[in-house]
Design a protein around this ligand. Structure first.
Ligand code: NIG
Ligand code: FE
Length: 426
């Protein structure tokens, strides 16, 4: 058993989904302790009421705050190459859409990912996951979408599955072949979709457990609503749950589609409208907001208060990717949500734990502090949860527990560790 004691403030986030007024407050216990049995929370409460079992390993929180492990429910963490030239062009006035139309954007990363081997992609992604872990993130959703051939998309999903097997961070995979139409199918988008939605391909993804979700970038000049509907319904027939990049730049009814297909989440929502909000509410879709993306692109934020006031379960994620959000710190995203979107620190923490767990369909196991939940916990070196969001850019994490184990892994050794693990199994 593992005891975490001397906790200044235990933030007792209940399991999601949590919406509306329930996001504004959270239970806390001062002077708390948590007992972990195997990979699960066995007891928590005031330390004065603790009945200490014999032979317990002990972790001293030194008066720090303890929260559930963070869940980054929307990322593109597997990628090769970087696009700092586009970053500079945007600063000088070009928009994300203009750069994409001029041949930049996603397609640049596609070339780099196609040229990379599985091992190279693992070596690039493992240190990114380690940095996320060091910032308190214990579960990360990772999308394909930079391969855009059946083989390269499968390669990306295999990389994500390998990372899940060998890295302490839990990786949830999403098939995003419908990220854009690749060069070789220019002007033949429906034929491209025929290829990546082939029955045998989707059956293979299901049978080899390569992805749990299917996503599509529904946007002007990318995929329209009818194409997005086709993607999500074809994938759902093979058990891939729908989620969608919706209402980021252009309002075209993508969030209404999210509701119609019963999407688990609709993500971005910078230009969401009332019809989209009503559709999400009807379907129980989680509103995933990505304020690091708007911060990085220098554009307007999603109307978080409007979504919260509509009683939708709101989640936060980084959208970590080399084009529109080279932001890998979910705590920084929580701070941006506070200062730029009017979310309170309490709402931000619930959005990055309990509600993010719903967005990756793991609300029965992670994202909350309750007896029987998996022991995914963050020990902070600040005394309360308000202080975490109050110090943007500072890593306030003292220790991270994943499934009952203290996990700390340095950025430099991560890639080696993953490959050493792979080598011993071969
Ligand atoms: O979520 N919107 C589409 N996909 C990413 C951007 C990917 C890229 O530019 O490489 C996003 O913002
Ligand atoms: Fe994205």
């Amino acid at each position: 058993m593992l005891l975490i004691h001397n906790i200044g403030e235990l933030v007792v986030v209940p399991p999601g989904p949590i919406a509306g007024g329930a996001m504004r407050t959270v239970g806390t216990i001062q002077g708390a302790a948590v007992l972990i049995d195997g990979d699960k929370i066995a007891w928590f409460g005031p330390e004065s009421e603790l009945d200490l079992p014999p032979d317990c390993d002990v972790l001293d929180a030194q008066g720090g705050c303890v929260t559930p492990g963070l869940i980054d429910c929307h990322t593109h963490t597997v990628f090769a190459g970087t696009r700092e030239d586009e970053f500079v062009r945007r600063i000088q006035g070009a928009s994300y859409a203009q750069i994409a139309e001029a041949g930049g954007g996603i397609k640049v990363t596609v070339e780099a990912v196609r040229a990379a081997t599985c091992e190279e992609l693992i070596d690039l992604a493992a240190p990114r996951l380690s940095r996320m872990l060091e910032n308190g993130v214990t579960t990360v959703e990772v999308k394909s979408g930079y391969g855009l051939t059946v083989d390269d998309e499968i390669k990306m999903l295999q990389v994500a599955r390998r990372l899940d097997e060998v890295h302490p961070v839990e990786v949830v995979s999403t098939y995003l072949a419908a990220h854009t139409t690749p060069r070789e199918f220019e002007g033949r988008t429906d034929e491209y979709l025929d290829a990546v939605l082939d029955e045998a391909v989707l059956a293979r993804i299901r049978d080899e457990h390569l992805a749990e979700f299917c996503d599509v970038f529904c946007e002007h000049a990318v995929f329209d609503v009818e194409q997005a509907r086709r993607v999500l319904t074809a994938a759902a027939k093979h058990g891939l749950k729908p989620r969608i990049h919706a209402d980021q730049i252009t309002q075209m009814g993508a969030t209404v589609l999210a509701g119609e297909v019963g999407a688990v989440s609709a993500d971005h929502l910078e230009v969401v409208d009332d019809a989209g909000i009503a559709a999400m509410k009807e379907a129980g879709t989680v509103a995933v907001l990505l304020p690091g993306c708007s911060f990085f692109l220098g554009v307007g934020q999603a109307p978080a208060r409007q979504l919260l006031d509509a009683d939708l379960p709101v989640a936060l994620a980084t959208d970590y990717n080399p084009g529109s959000s080279m932001v890998s710190s979910l705590p920084l995203v929580m701070s941006i949500a506070c200062t730029q979107m009017g979310m309170t620190p309490t709402e931000a923490i619930i959005a990055a734990t309990a509600n993010a767990a719903v967005a990756v369909n793991r609300q029965d196991r992670v994202g909350a502090i309750a007896v029987g939940m998996q022991a995914d916990l963050v020990v902070l070196d600040v005394p309360n949860h308000l202080r975490w969001c109050y110090e943007p850019g500072r890593n306030c994490v003292r220790a991270v527990i994943k499934a009952g184990l203290e996990v700390a892994i340095s950025e430099r050794s991560a890639g080696q560790l993953v490959r050493a693990h792979a080598a011993t199994e071969e």
